[in-house]
Design a protein around this ligand. Structure first.
Ligand code: ADP
Ligand code: 5GP
Length: 201
């Protein structure tokens, strides 16, 4: 069974920056492009790093244990919940997902700007425990485009796509709870808006 060890920072040699120690939360429906945006932000901004979550979901093709997620059996995930290892955790589309406190603590202590890519219940929990985190909700240009992206991505079966689209409507209805709402229509425009939020400009 896979075990959790402290996650290495994605950009371990980054210089500290004036926004040091920030926590940035990304939330939005599955397929909206969070992963795409985060990957591009990490490539362009060496001071950013991503918190690697734990999940009970099976790896998709190409996903690596410890890099995309810590892939855990349910019993192992439950044990970590019991031990208070998670800053937040939630069940989403039949699987559990959680942010490991040690991962965030270590990276924030190193002065890094840490990104969490998490769903709605987790984002609400973060507001309660870390109210200074900047929480960004990523919106699709339309529900039709969201469905197109989920289908084009071709990583989920029909049942999972239906669950994710149903859930999307609940998530989108909560967008106004967030500090910032950004529409991921044109990728470059969305990236520029997110960078402005992170730098405080
Ligand atoms: P999420 O992480 O939110 O589930 P992904 O990053 O996996 O979403 O993106 C879902 C799909 O949408 C991917 O195939 C990705 O290439 C595509 N995508 C992401 N952003 C855009 C965009 N701005 N315009 C068109 N397609 C996009
Ligand atoms: P996916 O299965 O597509 O990778 O992720 C499904 C959902 O779980 C996405 O909305 C993603 O943001 C969310 N998620 C990923 N990691 C975490 C986490 O650590 N905590 C919470 N609450 N949600 C997460």
């Amino acid at each position: 069974m896979p075990t959790v060890t402290p996650a290495p920072s994605i950009s371990p040699n980054a210089e500290p920056n004036p926004q040091a120690g920030q926590l940035i939360v990304f939330t939005g429906p599955s397929g909206v492009g969070k992963g795409t945006l985060v990957k591009e932000l990490l490539k362009r901004n060496s001071e950013l790093c991503l918190s690697v979550s734990a999940t009970t979901r099976s790896p998709r093709p190409g996903e690596v244990h410890g890099q995309h997620y810590w892939f855990l059996e349910r019993a192992e995930f439950a044990a970590q919940v019991e031990q208070g290892k998670f800053l937040e955790w939630a069940e989403y589309a039949g699987n559990c997902y959680g942010t490991l406190s040690t991962t965030v603590d270590e990276q924030v202590a190193q002065g890094r700007t840490v990104i969490l890519e998490i769903e709605l219940v987790g984002a609400r929990a973060i507001k309660a425990v870390l109210p200074h985190a900047k929480r960004i909700f990523i919106l699709p240009p339309s529900l039709a485009e969201l469905e197109r992206r989920l289908r084009d991505r071709a990583t989920d079966n029909e049942e999972a796509i239906t669950k994710r689209l149903d859930h999307a409507q609940i998530e989108i209805a909560a967008a106004s709870e967030f500090d910032f709402q950004i529409v991921n229509d044109d990728l470059e425009t969305a990236l520029a808006e997110i960078e402005a939020v992170i730098t405080g400009n």
